[in-house]
Ligand binder design. Sequence first.
Ligand code: ADP
Ligand code: ADP
Length: 225
Amino acid sequence: GYDLELVHLTKRYGDTVAVRDLNHVFSPGSYVCFLGPSGCGKSSTLRMIAGHEEISEGSILLDGQDVSRLPPAQRGTAMMFQNYALFPHLSVRDNVAFSLRMKGVDKDTRHKRANELLDLVDMTHLADRLPAQLSGGQQQRVALARALVTEPKVLLLDEPLSALDPFLRIRMRSELKKLQRELGITFIHVTHGQDEALALADEIVVMNNAVIEQAGPAREVWAQP
Ligand code: ADP
Ligand code: ADP
C-alpha cells in the first residue's frame, strides 16, 4: 500500500474557510470513510486530494512525494463522482478506456486494459452499450472501472452510493469492499450514512466545521460518547 498524508491542508473560498489546517496520515491500503454534516469540508478535502480543487495552504504527500501541485492525472489518485459523469456518446468500453486515450496509450493496450477492468466489475457483457442503456448500478460499475483503469494508488469516492436505490446500495457496498481488498489500494469514501461507514470502513474520519473532529478505527470512533 501507499502512504497518503495531509499536511496543514487548508481551503478557503473567499472569506469562507472550508478546510482548516488538516493534518492526517491514512494507513496504506485501508478503506477510509469521511463522515460529517453537510458543508463541513468533506468534498473540498477530497477534491484537493484528487487535484480538482486548488489548495490554499499546506500539501498532500503520496508515498513521500509532494503531489499537491501535480495535475490530477499525474498524482496517482482517481476520483469517482456522485453522478458517475459518464460520456453519453461513448460506449461503456470507450468510457473506461478514455483516460488511457488521453494519455496516448495505444489502442490495443487500452482496449485490453478496459476489458480487464470491465471484467473486474462484471460488465463485460455490456461493453458495447451506451450509458443511457444501463441501469444506475451498471453505470456505477462503469464509473468505477473508469476510475480504476489508470491504476491509482488512492481511489476517491464522493457519495458514490447515494444515487442508488436501497437494495443496490447494500449490494454495491460489499462490491466496493471486495474491490478494495482485491486491489489493496487506499479507498477514501465520503458519505452521509453512518451505517454505510460502519459497514465499509477500516478507518473513520469525522469532520465538523472544517476540521477533523475524530479519527480512528471504526469501533473506536463509535465507542466514544
Ligand atoms: P461537504 O462536502 O462536507 O458538504 P464542502 O467541502 O462541499 O462540504 O463545503 C465546505 C464549505 O465550503 C461550505 O461552507 C461550502 O458552502 C463551501 N464551498 C464549497 N464549495 C465552494 C465553492 N466552489 N465556492 C464557494 N464556497 C464553497
Ligand atoms: P478510434 O481511435 O479509431 O476512434 P477507438 O479506440 O475509439 O478508435 O475504438 C473504436 C471502436 O472499436 C470502439 O467502439 C471499440 O469498442 C472498438 N475496439 C477497438 N479495438 C478494440 C479491441 N482491441 N477490443 C475491443 N474493441 C475494440
